[in-house]
Write a protein that binds this ligand. Structure first.
Ligand SMILES: [Zn+2]
Length: 162
């Protein structure tokens, strides 16, 4: 039996005026931000779901309900750290995480290494094991029209046997 397990996560948030745009723990300068109960960090949420999925521990909504006032404007990196500790309790370690952020604007290329660094600290793994990619949707659909942002994440975890 293999000790490796894989999980995927997907998240979407609307982009609205009057909210900060936080992706992978980086505050991006833009006239709109992601709406949501927490800080609406779409990338970190997708990673949380990928990790929870890999460990078959449910989804982010079941661990951090969006009607719980504890998570209003919550720093999603803290949620990620909490997910990682749940995995550690089940004797899982993270092997690597690969992600894609989908948004038309703004360009986030210059923030990618800081995002990977933030995620690495929260997930307690080296930044070299975290890949953050970005794509537009060629102006198609709700992302292309600037109405929202989405992120995909895939995570590999391994059961530690001793
Ligand atoms: Zn989310």
């Amino acid at each position: 039996m293999s000790n490796f397990r894989i999980g995927m996560g997907y998240d979407v948030h609307p982009l609205v005026a009057g909210r900060p745009l936080i992706i992978g723990g980086c505050k991006i300068n833009y006239h709109k931000g992601a709406d949501g109960h927490s800080d609406a960090d779409v990338l970190t949420h997708a990673i949380c779901d990928a990790l929870l999925g890999a460990a078959n521990l449910g989804d982010i909504g079941s661990h951090f309900p969006d009607n719980d006032s504890n998570y209003k404007n919550a720093n999603s990196l803290m949620l990620l750290a909490s997910v990682v500790s749940k995995l550690k309790k089940k004797a899982y370690r993270i092997v690597n995480i690969d992600t894609t952020v989908c948004l038309q604007n703004p360009k986030i290329k210059n923030h990618i290494s800081s995002m990977a660094q933030n995620i690495a600290v929260a997930a307690d793994i080296p930044a070299e094991n975290i890949s953050v990619k970005a794509t537009t949707t060629e102006k198609l659909g709700f992302i292309g029209k600037g109405k929202g942002i989405s992120a995909y994440a895939v995570a590999m975890i391994e059961k530690i046997s001793n």
